[in-house]
Design a protein around this ligand. Sequence first.
Ligand code: SAM
Length: 243
Amino acid sequence: MRIDVLTLFPEILEGFFSSSIMARAVERNLVSYGLVNIRDYATDKHHKCDDEIFGGGAGMLMLPGPVSSALDAVDAKNARVVYVTPGGRLFNQAYARDLAGEERIVILCGRYEGIDQRIIDAYVDDEVSVGDYVLSSGETAALVIVDAVYRLIPGVISGESLDEESFEGGLLEYPQYTRPAVYDSMQVPEVLVSGHHANIVKWRMKKRLEKTLLYRPDLLQGKGLEGELRAMILELIEQGGEA
Ligand code: SAM
């Protein structure tokens, strides 16, 4: 996959692309990337990239000219273009999976009050928000999207470690423990050291349901749980959870 991020502050993203799992994915040619400084496409001598907003109001807006030239420089018309904005659809794991299937994505980071609507109309495929709050700029939102997407590209991370993660199968992940088996007088649940695989699987599923019921009951809505899972969830609800 090729990822181009268009930003006024490429240095915010550089460390991510040159570190850890991403650096290895780049080295193994699973991911290639470009960090494009929109300011390089400003045409005046001060490299101005923002101006006042028509109709008045506080703040400035990114000028369409430099953003458009930066988008053309990465041939954005032939890629999936994502503009990160609090005004977009809410980002989630299903959408990350969808993006992970693309050959090329371009992520456009806003600054100030955002970008000129004509740029959105002409270039942007998806407007995406990383949550119901306002960040000061799009770089951290772009990092959230890049991080969630690239790890789903086959070969970047072993498929097994992705299988039971939160949101896979619409449930949160079960609690996990490592050595030592007793830490600060707290014991690892007995079942996990029993060596009984079937019981471990059952315990983990119960914990996934319990946690989802507690923190994200919305994920269970309309899930149509059947058989043993249905029995487990009914038992948990009886014990005091909420549906
Ligand atoms: N005036 C905008 C509004 O009220 O929707 C907020 C602009 S914000 C200060 C500047 C930039 O940060 C946005 O253009 C966007 O790129 C980014 N941003 C802020 N919050 C975000 C969020 N929740 N998700 C994605 N991007 C966000």
